[in-house]
Design a protein around this ligand. Structure first.
Ligand code: SAH
Ligand code: MG
Length: 194
């Protein structure tokens, strides 16, 4: 049931250009959750619920709180999550992550939202991550642009790429975390809280 749903969401994402995680990236995330016995996850950027459903499918005792600011995607996520049967374990919030207040502690925080906000998201939710917990960030390669050495013509794209470069530097310099950068999917950062 869930497998068919996942294929349907992948097709929907392709058709409606929803930037869901790439296949290698999401498999890595699933394996990480399994290996480290992750139980409580905070996700920033639900989109249509694809990554949340896949993460929840790893084990029946996983609970996810996820945030999405776009109403249309939020509604689609609610619909998909209901079909998955995981509606008791995946809680979707229609909200800008920067205005989302929560006291709970998580084993894993998955940042996959607007690239311009990554440093702010990281700093804001650091207090909600257990010691030894992990922050995983998606799209650090940004389709290869992050590593491009020639000047990027489009101003918007250049600004976005610079934001990601700043974030990578921020992670490298953060002494409270040990970050590994992986060439998986669209580039993933795995930051373990020391
Ligand atoms: N994690 C999803 C894909 C997320 S795409 C998956 O792999 O299936 C990124 C999403 O983040 C978009 O839907 C966008 O609307 C949302 N987003 C961007 N900035 C946000 C913010 N500040 N707060 C909440 N959601 C945000
Ligand atoms: Mg992404």
């Amino acid at each position: 049931m869930v497998r068919i749903l996942i294929e349907e969401i992948e097709a929907y994402a392709k058709e409606h250009k929803v930037p869901i995680m790439l296949p290698d990236g999401i498999s890595y995330l699933e394996q990480y959750i399994k290996k480290h016995h992750v139980k409580k996850i905070l996700e920033i950027g639900t989109a249509i619920g694809y990554s949340a459903i896949r993460m929840a499918s790893v084990s029946e005792d996983i609970e996810i709180i996820t945030i999405e600011r776009d109403e249309e995607r939020y509604l689609k996520a609610i619909e998909n999550i209901k079909i998955s049967g995981y509606q008791n374990r995946i809680h979707v919030n229609l909200c800008d992550a920067m205005n989302f207040e929560i006291e709970e502690q998580f084993d894993l925080i998955f940042i996959d939202a607007a690239k311009s906000g990554y440093i702010k998201f990281f700093e804001k939710f650091d207090q909600n991550l257990k010691q030894g917990g992990t922050i995983i960030s998606d799209n650090l390669n940004f389709h290869g642009f992050t590593k491009m050495e020639t000047r990027i013509e489009s101003k918007n794209l250049r600004q976005m790429v610079n934001k990601i470069r700043n974030y990578i530097q921020f992670l490298e310099n953060n002494k409270n975390y040990q970050t590994t950068f992986l060439e998986i999917g669209d580039g993933i950062g795995v930051s373990v809280k020391l």
